[in-house]
Design a protein around this ligand. Structure first.
Ligand code: S3P
Length: 202
């Protein structure tokens, strides 16, 4: 199957932004699970939570991940399998079915950040993070609680990159370095060849 890099990690660790930059650097296709879910529902994620609840969102998330993980379509232009960078929502990997599907389709990379950094990053947009508005619980306490609950799930990633003190480009560099060390077969040639044969596969 074509190489796939899957980004997981807590909210506000930079998954979507890093995935976009990483996909551009590799000239691989970009898939953002939350964007797909949102497009299917025709509304932003926080409105799915508000209108249909978390269970409905999780069921959409499972369907989207199952489809992505089993996608074996080839590029219409070059005929090669399509390599991809996949950003997942922060809670996706905590579901054993999602984890198994993602593990079988690519390399799972976890992005992390210190709780204080996460609190700072989301300070202006808590309303768009339904998992963090939990009754009257202060956001920092909720972050700590949820992080602890998901600690084991995130630890199943092949490697983890701390984004607390890194720029987006530094995170991308760290991922490429780790991929090259851990998976030369995946990272080469796509990472190092200037004219990527999969360029048309986006
Ligand atoms: C969630 C994280 C969100 C989104 C949804 C649930 C979670 O994605 O999938 O609000 O459970 O952690 P980001 O991690 O991209 O914010």
């Amino acid at each position: 199957m074509a190489p796939k890099v899957i980004l997981t990690g807590f909210m506000a660790t930079g998954k979507s932004t890093v995935a976009r930059h990483l996909a551009r650097r590799l000239q691989w296709r970009l898939i953002d699970c939350d964007a797909d879910i949102s497009a299917r529902a025709g509304k932003p994620i926080h409105q799915i939570f508000r209108d249909r609840g978390e269970a409905h969102f999780r069921s959409m998330e499972r369907s989207v991940i199952a489809e992505i993980a089993t996608d074996r379509r080839r590029c219409a232009q070059c005929g090669n399998p399509r390599p991809a960078v996949i950003a997942t929502g922060g809670g996706a990997i905590a579901d054993p079915k999602n984890y198994a599907a993602l593990r079988d389709c690519g390399v799972i990379v976890c992005l992390s950040a210190r709780p204080d950094v996460i609190a700072q990053r989301i300070s202006s947009g808590v309303k768009a993070r339904p998992m963090l508005s939990h009754g009257s619980m202060p956001v920092k306490q909720r972050i700590a609680e949820l992080m602890e609950k998901r600690r084991e799930a995130y630890a199943r990633a092949t490697f983890t990159i701390d984004t607390s003190e890194r720029t987006v480009d530094q995170v991308v560099d760290a991922i490429l370095e780790a991929l090259a060390d851990a998976y030369p077969a995946i990272s080469h040639p796509p990472i190092h060849v200037p004219h990527n044969p999969h360029r048309s596969c986006k």
